[in-house]
Write a protein that binds this ligand. Sequence first.
Ligand SMILES: [Zn+2]
Length: 320
Amino acid sequence: MSYPWLTTLWQQWQQLLSQERMHHAMLLVSPAGFGREALVRQLAQTVLCQNGVTESCGLCHSCKLFTAETHPDCHVIRPLEGKSISIDAIRQCNHWAWETSQLGGKRVVVIEQAESMGEAAANALLKTLEEPPANCQFILTTSELDRLLPTINSRCNKWRLQIPSEQDVKRWVESQLMQSIKWEDVRLNGCAPLAVLNFIEQGQNIRHQHLLEGLHQFLTPPHTGLFSVAEACMKDGLLSLRWLSYFLVDCLKVHQGAVNYLIHAESAVLVQQVATQVNQQTLLQQIQALNALIRELESHSGLNHELLMTDWLSGFIPAP
Ligand SMILES: [Zn+2]
């Protein structure tokens, strides 16, 4: 397993495979950014492999088809961006589950982000999970177990990914990049190793820093640079707004004396400076307004992002 934090779980699954005790419906619970897709792929390839039992051989006909992503017995469904998994997609899954394997071995049906199934779709899947067809392995993933229907949840064998420590994540990303990184890079990305890696490789860490510096300048009298902050807020879409939200929550923590754990470990001075410029009540109001704005932008894509940001930023300027 290429990601060290997945090794334990993989070894447990290998044990099930070797004892032929793997449940027909495996459910992996893991937030995004931890490489759960890699783990699912590894299980799928191993189940389909014509030689290996606990490890895929990489050489057989099945493994070659799998690597080329043309395996006729491996089916994956996932929701389209912001959409739910339709009942038609689940009916297709049921069809795959009951048909004969093209290669004569097992069939694998992967349902990613299973929480995106609506009630009708989930109910359509239920019967297949209750009366599992022979030789069919279901693999479901979810980042939010609470949003998955309890009936689906109870028919799967649940596995939770063990979240690595901040230290381990920092060390792993540093070993990949061959450079040292900041604690705040790790914390801003919810300690998800692949998200941290992406954050730095895509230069988001630099844009994040610019955004905070721009905000700091704007919040310091004479409050210049409104439009350049609003523009900086557009560069990474909603992500930029979430960064702002994390930053302002850290400023609020300073007001409340809760400075033991700031997300912005290395930018603590900036947090302190902004906290001195903005009073607690304004901070609270602006955080609430920002979070409402994020929700609004999430559900309506056609809004004028920049105009809304300019509006929101003006909320910091004290009335004359
Ligand atoms: Zn193989």
